[in-house]
Write a protein that binds this ligand. Structure first.
Ligand SMILES: *[C@@H]1O[C@H](CO)[C@@H](O)[C@H](O)[C@H]1NC(C)=O
Ligand SMILES: *[C@@H]1O[C@H](CO)[C@@H](O)[C@H](O)[C@H]1NC(C)=O
Ligand SMILES: *[C@@H]1O[C@H](CO)[C@@H](O)[C@H](O)[C@H]1NC(C)=O
Ligand SMILES: *[C@@H]1O[C@H](CO)[C@@H](O)[C@H](O)[C@H]1NC(C)=O
Ligand SMILES: *[C@@H]1O[C@H](CO)[C@@H](O)[C@H](O)[C@H]1NC(C)=O
Ligand SMILES: *[C@@H]1O[C@H](CO)[C@@H](O)[C@H](O)[C@H]1NC(C)=O
Length: 472
């Protein structure tokens, strides 16, 4: 069972569905096949939802206490280390499906209503009780759960880094907020700020944020990326081939068998719509929807791969320009680090101790790729699904709603500066950078490690269409 404390509000954050646990107590006693390990409230395939997954899935201790932090995960190299600067790059919280996906969900719902037959209880539940409550105008907007995602994240970060994300710094204007112009990002930024304001009961002051699409939506501004990848079907040929391939065909067949509809009705888009319905019902309302019954675990793994494959070719290692498009954000982050480091070294106050930047999965993934995270030895493609079973490139683990990459600069005395990266609030190591097991890397070593990018990686150069002689 989901622990009651998840629903019970800490600072009256969310009290929407607090009766749910109670109703499931009755349900589970009737369902004799439920084993102790299976939580009937959580779909078995929940860990395969890619970028539609809950943040709680990557940090399961949050299910019990959404404000829990464990400061001992921060392994200080020595007690005298103090954090002097923090940059957080954060994806917006849980959102509604886009209008394109909603149209497809509507189409699948019609098929299930009019063409499916069968006596199974889950099928009858979809046909008689479930209603198509998504409307096209919801188009990707932040939902209440998404507001809570960011409020809770803000409170946890203030507990994790109390000297930086503090009331004094917020009031002093030392916490800078930058956001993408998309409504879901602006509302996520507002939610993050309100989480802090509520925590410290600040009512007499408002805090600004800056909209900056050049930084947070660089993927729209990088002409070369837009033309060579985003608007170019041949850039994702592997994805199309996988969708036509035997693994996906089998998933579609199994869905059409479960619904007893002709195979021709269950296209790849319809399979995807079914997967989204299961994922969104859980992400938005935390309900285990009957739509989830259209997939077993093997099917979910295939759906997960199709989506990872797409991210790989559209935002990840598939094409070099995907990562290079984020050069502008990379330099923004590292120039702030540089400034903070030199200010501290030269005896000045750090002028920008904290920056929170809110964007998209499409913002984070190219940057993670640029930094070398989650790179497998083989590229993901349409024919190596089985060989990629243990790949590290898994958006379900990397990019749930409210995913975040945090860089913290520490001063450890005598000019000994260190840089700790955290992904989704867990310490990670910079790929390829060797450090002794128990310590975070020297800031100087990180700069050397990324020296080539620091010297080059010029957004203007990388992103213009011509001037790439090898292609002329
Ligand atoms: C906190 O993290 C440390 C180090 O990972 C671990 O040993 C400890 O059990 C955790 N404590 C709690 C309460 O989860
Ligand atoms: C699905 O149901 C609709 C509405 O009843 C009907 O017009 C259509 O022919 C059916 N399609 C198939 C393939 O059975
Ligand atoms: C953002 O928040 C405002 C004010 O709370 C609300 O009116 C608006 O509908 C929200 N927009 C989205 C996209 O969630
Ligand atoms: C640099 O940061 C450390 C840790 O906060 C602090 O003790 C030290 O005074 C700072 N140096 C200056 C010159 O501000
Ligand atoms: C996919 O990658 C594997 C190596 O992992 C390679 O052997 C295979 O030829 C590739 N398939 C395609 C279609 O490129
Ligand atoms: C994946 O890892 C499991 C467990 O370590 C191992 O048994 C399996 O052979 C691996 N699969 C592939 C394709 O490498």
């Amino acid at each position: 069972m989901v622990n009651e404390s998840f629903w019970v509000d800490h600072d009256d954050f969310s009290l929407e569905i607090h009766n749910l646990s109670y109703s499931f107590i009755i349900l589970c006693c009737l369902r004799i096949y439920v084993t102790l390990e299976d939580d009937p409230e959580i779909p078995a395939i929940v860990k395969y939802f890619n970028t539609k997954g809950r943040y709680e899935e990557v940090n399961p201790f949050l299910i019990e206490d959404i404000l829990a932090v464990n400061r001992s995960i921060l392994q200080f190299p020595a007690a005298q280390c103090q954090e002097i600067h923090l940059t957080a790059i954060i994806r917006h919280g849980t959102r509604y499906p886009t209008s394109k996906n909603i149209k497809e969900m509507q189409q699948l719902y019609n098929i299930v209503l009019h063409n499916a037959s069968g006596e199974e209880s889950w099928l009858r539940e979809i046909q008689t009780q479930w209603t198509m409550w998504y409307t096209e105008d919801m188009d990707g907007r932040l939902v209440q759960k998404g507001v809570n995602d960011l409020k809770h994240l803000a409170v946890r970060l203030s507990k994790l880094f109390p000297s930086l994300i503090s009331e004094e710094k917020l009031r002093g204007g030392l916490i800078q907020f930058i956001t993408s112009s998309k409504h879901r990002c602006i509302n996520s930024t507002l939610a993050f700020k309100s989480g802090l304001q509520k925590l410290w009961d600040i009512k007499d002051q408002e805090f600004d944020h800056t909209v900056n699409d050049a930084l947070m939506r660089f993927f729209d501004k990088c002409t070369r990326f837009v033309q060579k990848v985003n608007n170019n079907p041949s850039a994702v040929i592997e994805v199309d081939n996988f969708k036509q391939g035997p693994e996906m065909r089998r998933v579609q067949e199994k869905i059409s068998n479960r619904l007893r509809v002709p195979y021709s009705l269950i296209t790849h888009d319809m399979a995807e719509a079914a997967f989204y319905l299961c994922a969104y019902e859980f992400a938005i309302k935390t309900v285990h929807s009957p739509w989830c019954r259209l997939f077993d675990e093997v099917d979910a793994q295939v759906m997960e791969y199709a989506s990872d494959l797409r991210e790989f070719w559209k935002r990840g290692y598939g094409h070099d320009i995907n990562r290079k498009a984020s050069c502008i954000l990379f330099h923004d982050v590292f120039s702030r680090l540089h400034k903070a480091a030199s200010e501290n070294k030269s005896g000045q106050q750090v002028t920008k101790p904290v920056t929170a930047q809110v964007g998209h999965a499409d913002t984070l993934l190219p940057l993670l790729t640029l930094l070398g995270f989650f790179k497998d030895s083989q590229a993901l493609n349409s024919t190596n699904y089985a060989a990629q079973t243990n790949r590290t490139f898994r958006t379900s683990h990397m990019l749930p709603y409210a995913a975040n990459l945090i860089l913290v600069l520490y001063d450890c005395g005598g000019g000994d500066l260190r840089l700790q990266p955290l992904l989704n609030e867990k310490p990670v190591t910079f790929p390829g950078l060797v450090t002794s097991r128990s310590s975070m890397p020297l800031y100087q070593n990180v700069r050397e490690h990324y020296g080539e990018l620091l010297q080059g990686c010029d957004f203007e150069n990388e992103c213009q269409l011509f001037k790439h002689p090898e292609e002329v």
